[in-house]
Ligand binder design. Structure first.
Ligand code: ADP
Ligand code: MG
Length: 160
């Protein structure tokens, strides 16, 4: 069973910084599943991932486009937002194309409202964001079939 890591994110910059550290350490094919209420900081986290990958283009929520692709960084970033979709519509998107890299260049897949997915990849990092009492946020990070050290989190040891 995966170990859960809880991190207090005092402000938006902390959320951004968590994303940046992920963006620097993630490898191609990594999937981040983001859950949390509207305004919890999911898009902010993905903006940090983009910065960590070296993307300078501004990352905006793909609520209406479903998916935005950014190819400027160290690895492609595929940013999805499933908010408007029903599970059967999500199934029709064939999301596995993105993490299996069949028809796309393998990159980072970050999915907001991932609870709308009818299935998950074999390995992924789950990040659940909630509101704190002080206007801050709490992140619960759970790796599934992936070592948390691989993600640049926790021990502070440099990734290989
Ligand atoms: P979501 O994508 O989950 O709807 P956003 O990333 O758009 O949420 O963030 C909503 C608002 O919350 C933004 O104004 C953002 O700056 C702010 N925010 C993000 N992280 C934090 C945090 N740790 N503490 C306080 N505000 C935050
Ligand atoms: Mg969002």
């Amino acid at each position: 069973m995966a170990d859960k890591t809880k991190i207090i994110l005092a402000n938006a910059e902390a959320t951004l910084n968590l994303g940046i550290s992920l963006g620097k350490s993630l490898h191609a094919g990594s999937v981040i599943l983001l859950e949390g209420d509207l305004g919890a900081g999911k898009t902010t986290l993905v903006q940090g991932i983009g910065q960590g990958l070296g993307i300078t283009e501004s990352i905006v929520s793909p609520t209406f486009t479903i998916i935005n692709e950014y190819t400027e960084g160290r690895l492609p970033l595929y940013h999805l937002d499933l908010y408007r979709l029903e599970p059967q519509e999500v199934a029709a998107l064939n999301l596995e194309t993105y993490w299996e890299g069949f028809e796309v260049t393998p990159g980072i897949v970050a999915i907001e409202w991932s609870e709308r997915m009818p299935y998950q990849p074999d390995s992924y990092l789950s990040i659940y964001l909630t509101y704190g009492n002080e206007g801050d946020r709490l992140a619960e990070i759970t790796p599934y079939n992936v070592g948390i050290g691989d993600w640049g989190l926790g021990t502070g040891e440099a990734g290989g």
